[in-house]
Design a protein around this ligand. Structure first.
Ligand SMILES: NC(=O)c1ccc[n+]([C@@H]2O[C@H](COP(=O)([O-])OP(=O)(O)OC[C@H]3O[C@@H](n4cnc5c(N)ncnc54)[C@H](OP(=O)(O)O)[C@@H]3O)[C@@H](O)[C@H]2O)c1
Length: 255
């Protein structure tokens, strides 16, 4: 059993024994903490990413037999086949967490200097990827299951030099809200969880850290509560987790 990080707002520890949760981007800065937290609360976890070496390093560092890894590229033509094959082996899934991000190779640039190809590539990586993941995973998620995206504050704020990432964040927030409304209480519940800055290992390795920032494990504790059905935010599609002490909060109803 992995060591458990317990945030002060977690009054009940969700019991995920017997549940299976996929963390798409589980090898990423945010995803890794979520993976560890879900494992600590008893879940079987499938961590996915594109890079098999990054996934193998995660598997070795976590060292838990309930962790499985799988290479899945949200933009590849074999996405549906890979998801179906994973579901045949380990599904249906109780939770699917989408925690993907891609900054592209163009660097920080004013938006109107992007080429058509750079623009297309940023939208493919950050918007189309989320659409394709939702479409592939919906049929293999339990009726009572949870599908959510971990998103950033750029969903609501300007982000000079990173418009492709920011406008995709705003669009995936919109996408998630529309799917949640289309589901209308039938089948898996869809959530959009907008996060503040996270203390990722990559940042820490670069000497950039702040104890007021969120830990990935705290985010995972909230994800666990949504999957287990113990979160007070079960009926709230758009949620904000930006303040470590306050914990996850409901977004405004409409704006
Ligand atoms: N880091 C923060 O401080 C922070 C703060 C707020 C919100 N967030 C949000 O958290 C989410 C994850 O960000 P992160 O910082 O963890 O990013 P990250 O460290 O770059 O990790 C991204 C993960 O997504 C995977 N991935 C990327 N593109 C993919 C694709 N097309 N198909 C499948 N997997 C793909 C990567 O796998 P490979 O490496 O194998 O490609 C990696 O596992 C984003 O929505 C971001 O906005 C992050």
């Amino acid at each position: 059993m992995s060591a458990m990080v317990r945030p002060n707002w977690e009054h009940v520890v969700p019991d995920l024994a017997g549940k299976t949760v996929v963390v798409v981007g589980g090898s990423g800065g945010v995803g890794e903490g979520v993976v560890r937290s879900l494992l600590a609360r008893g879940s079987t976890v499938i961590a996915t990413g594109r890079d098999s070496e990054r996934l193998a390093a995660l598997e070795e560092s976590v060292g838990e037999e309930r962790l499985r890894i799988a290479v899945i590229d949200a933009n590849a033509s074999d996405l549906d086949a890979r998801v179906e094959s994973l579901a045949n082996e380990l599904g249906p899934f109780d939770g699917v967490v989408v925690a993907v991000a891609s900054w592209g190779d163009q660097g920080r640039r004013p938006v109107l200097t992007l080429t058509d190809e750079e623009w297309r590539s940023l939208l493919e990586a950050n918007l189309t990827s989320v659409f394709r993941l939702y479409r592939a995973f919906l049929p293999v998620t339990a009726e009572s299951g949870t599908i959510l995206q971990l998103n950033g504050m750029s969903a609501d704020m300007p982000f000079p030099g990173a418009a492709g990432v920011a406008l995709s964040a705003a669009a995936t927030k919109s996408l998630t809200r529309t799917i949640a409304a289309e589901q209308d209480g039938r089948g898996p519940r869809f959530y959009q969880v907008i996060l503040g800055v996270v203390r990722t290992k990559e940042r820490q390795r670069a000497g950039i850290d702040d104890t007021r920032w969120l830990d990935g494990e705290e985010i995972g504790a909230h994800v666990a509560a949504l999957v287990a059905g113990t979160s007070p935010l079960l009926a709230t599609t758009v949620q904000y987790f930006t303040d470590k002490k306050a914990g996850p909060q409901p977004g405004p109803e409409a704006f």
